[in-house]
Design a protein around this ligand. Structure first.
Ligand SMILES: *[C@@H]1O[C@H](CO)[C@@H](O)[C@H](O)[C@H]1NC(C)=O
Ligand SMILES: *[C@@H]1O[C@H](CO)[C@@H](O)[C@H](O)[C@H]1NC(C)=O
Ligand SMILES: *[C@@H]1O[C@H](CO)[C@@H](O)[C@H](O)[C@H]1NC(C)=O
Length: 280
């Protein structure tokens, strides 16, 4: 074969992508993985790389890389090998297919860490050919707490405060009052040694700018993901009665609670009296 012909064949292969002996046909990397720290047995994070390879190809190797660093390697005659950063985090017994050249191609990550976020590449190669594909994955660590509250701080002002704890990556927070965006101070955040963030926003307004009752909401979102949470509460001005004459049924609930307290107090006084008599 002269040089011209082989160049033509090469070009033909590149254009059709048809001549390579190993070819990735599907990369299955979820764009997000939600990690619930309270769960003892979180679902494994499975990354799969589907490829076509000629059974006669020699020297097959599969590799997974995270941001360019190898994290997992598999050669069909050997056991799958997780590299240092993924050691004890990959279930090496996971089998995705019974076919000889496919058995351990998928990487099953158990208990992923927050810093497993990044670009994952699958590389498959033989002596004759190579193919690679990459996709981004974001690990989301679910917050341990998400609270919305308000309080009067004297001076006729009300402060609204919204905070999330132990979350990753850094979320965005937004407060809405009666469905309108409430201008707050900038997001405050601290990152702990575990990589997780505490984040909060708060804002203050004059009581006379706030009708009572008012619906207050806090929205938590993580940019570039569909992760979102919502908390809501109803603001009541403590100086205006909650219930008008038509809401008598609402107040009876409180009445019962007070009645309950009175009962307890009476019982305690009785007990004290009895103890007093015994002691005497
Ligand atoms: C991820 O964080 C852990 C500590 O939480 C650290 O030991 C490990 O080296 C980090 N891995 C990467 C890939 O940065
Ligand atoms: C986040 O908030 C909790 C509760 O207030 C606190 O115990 C923890 O230390 C905070 N984390 C950081 C990184 O400040
Ligand atoms: C309480 O009264 C107000 C008006 O006085 C009314 O709008 C509201 O629906 C009432 N709530 C209940 C629970 O009856």
């Amino acid at each position: 074969m002269d040089k011209r012909t082989s160049m033509k064949i090469g070009l033909f292969c590149v254009l059709l992508g048809a001549c390579s002996a190993v070819k990735i046909i599907n990369l299955k990397v979820p764009s997000t993985y939600l990690l619930d720290q309270t769960s003892k047995t979180p679902d494994p994070l499975i990354l799969d790389c589907e490829y076509e390879v000629d059974e006669n190809e020699k020297g097959f190797v599969l590799k997974w890389l995270l941001d360019g660093q190898p994290v997992y390697q598999w050669i069909p005659s050997k056991n799958p090998f997780p590299f240092q950063s993924f050691k004890n985090r990959v279930d090496t017994s996971y089998v995705v297919s019974q076919e000889h050249l496919h058995k351990h191609r998928a990487m099953a990550i158990i208990k992923p860490l927050a810093n497993f976020t990044g670009e994952y590449s699958c590389i498959v190669q033989t002596y004759a050919s190579i193919d690679r594909r990459a996709a981004k994955l974001k690990i989301i660590v679910r917050e341990s707490k998400f609270d919305l509250s308000y309080y009067s701080n004297g001076d006729g002002e009300v402060t609204v405060d919204c905070q999330a704890r132990d979350i990753s990556p850094l979320p965005e927070l937004q407060i809405r009052i009666n469905n309108e965006l409430f201008e707050t101070e900038n997001l405050k955040s601290v990152q702990g040694e575990n990589g997780l963030y505490n984040a909060s926003i708060s804002g203050t307004l004059r009581k006379d700018q706030l009708e009572s009752p008012a619906q207050i909401e806090c929205l938590l979102t993580i940019p570039e993901t569909n992760y979102n949470k919502r908390r809501s509460t109803t603001y009541y001005d403590p100086d205006t009665p909650i219930a008008g004459p038509g809401n008598v049924t609402d107040t009876t609930g409180i009445g019962h609670i007070i009645g309950g307290f009175e009962n307890i107090i009476v019982k305690i006084m009785l007990l004290a009296l009895i103890f007093g008599m015994v002691a005497a």
